[in-house]
Design a protein around this ligand. Sequence first.
Ligand SMILES: Cc1ncc(COP(=O)(O)O)c(C=O)c1O
Length: 445
Amino acid sequence: MNAPSPVFAATPHIVVPPPGPLSRAGAAALAALESPAFDARRKAREATSGEDFAAIVYAEGQGATLTDVDGNRYVDLVAGFGALPLGYGHPALAASVQHAWNTLPLALGDVYAAADKLALATALVDHFQSATGAAKGRLLFGLSGADAVTGALKTVALRTKKPGVIAFDGGYHGLSHGPLAACGLAPKFREPFVEQLSKHVQFAPYPTTEADLDRALSAVKKGLSRGDAGAVLVEPILGRGGCVVPPASFLAELRALCTETDTLLVLDEIWTGCGRTGLGFFAGAAAKPDLICLGKALGGGMPISVCLGTEETFEPWGSHGGSYIHTATHFGAPPGCAAALAVLTTLAEGNLIAENARKGTLFQTALTAHGFSVQGTGMMLGIPLRDAATALAATRRLLQAGYLVLTGGRDGNVITLSPAFVLDDAAIVAFANIVHMLVPPEARR
Ligand SMILES: Cc1ncc(COP(=O)(O)O)c(C=O)c1O
């Protein structure tokens, strides 16, 4: 049994206007060393918003707060792009990773595994079976979300012998070559690489309201009628696309279309999984997907992802004497597996999924009381503002007030929140008050 999750009251403490001098110097030095894309994006954000977009440099975190190298403390509502469900420095998670690191930092992947890999595979396949009703499940390990989606796409190709996928406008599945081909969030991410990418991806609109549903389903049907699509790849709730919840029947309708046409339904739960939405361990298991990708929160900060699926879907991997496999040196490494096991135990013992539903409602109530519209569910929320420039400017004002948030959405106009599950209620209410003070009514949508 793990120690109970520590709850720290998350409050900001700004000692020097951020970014302070140490952050500015560190960020500038890094900008001269990393791919120039990141600094170019920063400058583009400055041009769009008219704000200074110099970066802070992180020093350390505790619970749901993050301190930068200048000593400023922030309430972190991003939590490592949603990958830190237990926040920073969770003792049970840290102890599990430390033990694995001290005793067995690496096993031998798919040749000789560590006991933690078996324990995690058992726990995750159990989750998959009980949530989807599948008689038997299997899984592939990865490190990143993109790895899990790549594993899913390969499994689809083997199972269906079809190269194509139907994906959605606004969807995001990672940036390595397989998932990038299916990136509907920003066609510009794909454009320079298009000759290297699969030519068999078709995009359908992601429905945001009941009125959009028919158009989205018609586009999926049309795509399926071409006959080369082996799967529909979909996020149960758009994450980077702005925390957009589709109409309630959307996934069930996709399931029906997939079943009619012998197509696989692949859920990308890399953002929504592990209980972030408060809807269950998976957000879309009721649709009985053939494959589910998990990543981000699963490792509590350690890089680990999985592609889970039914026995039947995975079966072709076994039929060629293992002449093709999906593996890598660090897939299923013990520290990542130990971290994921600690996350799963802590989620269950702390009843954190139900807590996420409750805290999500608290966020929504507090924000709507101030006149904001809010989209999303649980600890995955978006606050749409007038336009991208307004949203970017709001993130800077919030940073200066000690709150870390990002922008998302296809038009970049949504403030997105993916906080640690350990965020306390008072911090949620304080955030709603501060965002109300900093974002005037005319800037909202
Ligand atoms: C829904 C979804 N799928 C896949 C990914 C890719 O994950 P990673 O960045 O770990 O490759 C992301 C990342 O934001 C995501 O939100």
